[in-house]
Design a protein around this ligand. Structure first.
Ligand SMILES: *[C@@H]1O[C@H](CO)[C@@H](O)[C@H](O)[C@H]1NC(C)=O
Ligand SMILES: [Cu+2]
Ligand SMILES: [Zn+2]
Length: 213
């Protein structure tokens, strides 16, 4: 274990595009490492990484906050980046706008590939991000009208640091607490893809990382 702990950044991320031109004699030993890396580093490490996500105590009597601790998909496809970080939620009352702040890192430093983010239906990470279901869609509407359709995010230096106001809520029957946030490998077509999937999920591609709110 200790050797892996010493070298957590070598693969997974692939975030240093500029350094991807590895000399060929590194390839074989690296290959072995890459495989184990996906098991050991993108994995949940004995499940601790997916342990309970703390919900902060209310600041005012009528205010709610939540946090989602983003970790790489345990079923991440080889070669995809390992994304880490947090998504913070804050809402000062049931009728107020929900403020969502994304602080994520681990994307390729030189890439400006837009990445889609959504709230998914289930807070179930038992099969990685694949078990979070589809988009949370309590009102049976088309994508991108779901409450957790956050749109696309272009990373800067491999990081996403952004805030937005969302129509999702932490309060009442439609609360997103206990559901999940997923960041995808690809861009959300925002319902304009001209196929069935576009109106369900925006064809945003593989699931890079996820967390339970
Ligand atoms: C969210 O809404 C508040 C209040 O309407 C506004 O002041 C703030 O600028 C908005 N934030 C973003 C990121 O749009
Ligand atoms: Cu999604
Ligand atoms: Zn959607």
């Amino acid at each position: 274990m200790s050797i892996f702990r010493l070298l957590p950044k070598l693969d997974c991320t692939q975030s240093k595009n500029g350094k991807e031109e590895m000399k060929s004699f590194y390839i074989l030993p690296l290959l072995a490492f890459l495989l184990s890396c996906h098991v050991h580093f993108c994995g949940s490490r004995s499940g601790l990484a997916y342990a309970s996500n703390p919900v902060s105590p209310p600041v005012k009597s009528n205010s709610l906050q939540a946090v989602c601790r983003m970790r790489p998909n345990t079923q991440l496809s080889p070669g995809l980046p390992c994304v880490y970080g947090h998504v913070f939620f804050k809402q000062s009352g049931p009728k107020e706008k929900l403020s969502v702040t994304f602080k994520l890192y681990g994307l390729p430093v030189y890439s400006q590939q837009p990445r889609a983010m959504h709230i998914h239906e289930y807070g179930d990470l038992s099969k990685g991000c694949g078990s979070t279901g589809g988009h949370y869609n309590p009102l049976s509407v088309n994508h991108p009208q779901h409450p957790g359709d956050f749109g696309n995010f272009v990373p800067v230096n491999g990081k996403i640091r952004q805030s937005l106001n969302s129509s999702a809520t932490l309060f009442g029957r439609l609360s997103i607490i206990g559901r999940s946030v997923v960041i995808h490998a690809g861009e959300d077509d925002l319902g304009r893809g001209g196929n069935v999937e576009s109106l369900l999920n925006g064809n945003a591609g593989r699931r890079l990382a996820c967390c339970v709110i």
